[in-house]
Design a protein around this ligand. Structure first.
Ligand code: RP5
Length: 168
């Protein structure tokens, strides 16, 4: 599904539709920053041909960063990174059986030479993957860099405000 009018700069992919509740956290950040993105289900195990095709075409289609979320035997981010030189950010989805430790280890333990930037398990990881993608894009987009600075400042201010409440 295409989620914005402009050509997507970020590809958000997930191993299953069941990963959507986690990966929504990435989509929300990208929407907040008006970054055009697409969201797709691409499974390393159930649709391996689609995975390779997606990765090989990603740069030519204009994508700059891929965010990949998967759970359990989470081979999606690593296999994408093996088939593209775009930055790939891996989000370990919290699995039912092992609470995401399986996902985390599957994603983080890449062999040297094939990097995946691995985030925290669950929605924090998905949110931060999107923020990292925004940071990458902001390197060559002044208006996005300004929005990022505002986001950062607002976040800092909100923490200060919480402390004021406890001082009352
Ligand atoms: C992985 O297997 C997916 O990323 C998902 O987290 C997990 C379970 O998938 P479903 O059985 O819910 O489709 O490939």
């Amino acid at each position: 599904m295409k989620t914005e009018q402009s050509p997507p700069l970020v590809g958000v992919v997930m191993g299953s539709r069941s990963d959507l509740p986690t990966m929504r956290a990435a989509a929300e950040i990208l929407k907040q920053f008006d970054v055009p993105f697409e969201a797709e289900v691409v499974s390393a195990h159930r649709t391996p041909d689609r995975l390779v095709e997606y990765a090989k075409q990603a740069a030519d289609r204009g994508l700059k960063v891929i965010i990949a979320g998967a759970g359990g035997a989470a081979h999606l981010p690593g296999m994408l990174a093996a088939s593209t030189t775009l930055p790939v950010l891996g989000v370990p989805v919290q699995s039912r059986a092992l609470s995401g430790l399986d996902s985390l280890l599957s994603i983080v333990q890449m062999p040297g030479g094939v990097p995946v930037g691995t985030l925290a398990i669950g929605t924090s990881g998905a949110k931060n993957a999107a923020l990292l993608a925004v940071r990458v894009l902001a390197l060559s987009d002044e208006s996005l860099a300004a929005k990022l600075a505002d986001y950062h400042a607002d976040q800092t201010a909100s923490v200060a405000a919480t402390r004021e409440l406890t001082d009352e």
